[in-house]
Design a protein around this ligand. Structure first.
Ligand code: FE
Ligand code: FE
Length: 196
């Protein structure tokens, strides 16, 4: 009996090993490297169109946020970031140029949603520190979306060896991160003074 069971076990192991070998062989057949590179390039360009739309939408939305904010530091941060955002648009246009493409915007539903949320917060609050806290919260969601997007785009540009794009995307990524950190520190001060 003991011998039989050992034999059965060995057979099972052999079958599993055979399956693994088959899987490996199939994986080797898959590559078609040039197709994957082309697909990644398409995805990269499509995502650039998305964020290009988003940055242009932000250029329009930030003045409204500025108008509705009360805290002097918050107002300053928003107007400084508006200047940077205008430059983010220009950097993206440079990316399209480097790729030999016309700068094209494609509606970014995610950014539209975040901006709608920001507008609702303003509508539902009174001017002052609570509205400011809401504006900071909405702005940080926008910055986090941008950080995620630029991080991914920079990774794509690196793989695709698009050096000019990579440089521009990393520069913008750093500015989005700095803006996010500044908003965090303004939120801390704002909420602390409110609590007191
Ligand atoms: Fe931006
Ligand atoms: Fe930003």
């Amino acid at each position: 009996m003991a011998t039989k069971s050992t034999t059965a076990k060995k057979t099972t192991t052999k079958t599993a090993a055979a399956k693994t070998t088959t899987a490996k062989t199939n994986a080797k057949k898959t590559p078609a490297k040039s197709d994957a590179a082309k697909e990644l390039k398409d995805l990269f360009e499509d995502s650039l169109k998305d964020i290009y739309w988003a940055e242009k939408a932000l250029v329009k939305a930030l003045p409204k946020m500025h108008k509705n904010a009360t805290d002097a530091k918050l107002k300053q941060a928003i107007s400084d970031h508006l200047d940077q955002t205008k430059n983010h648009v220009v950097r993206l246009e440079d990316c399209f140029k480097a790729l030999g493409k016309k700068a094209q915007a494609k509606k970014c539903d995610a950014m539209q949603g975040l901006l709608d949320e920001g507008e609702s917060i303003v509508e539902e609050t009174q001017p002052g520190s609570v509205r400011d806290a809401g504006i900071i919260a909405a702005s940080q969601k926008v910055e986090h979306y941008e950080i995620a997007t630029y991080g991914t785009l920079a990774a794509f540009a690196k793989v695709l060896k698009e050096k000019k794009c990579l440089k521009n995307l990393l520069e913008t990524l750093e500015e989005e991160k700095t803006c996010d950190e500044l908003l965090t520190s303004i939120a801390d001060t704002n909420l602390n003074s409110k609590a007191k």
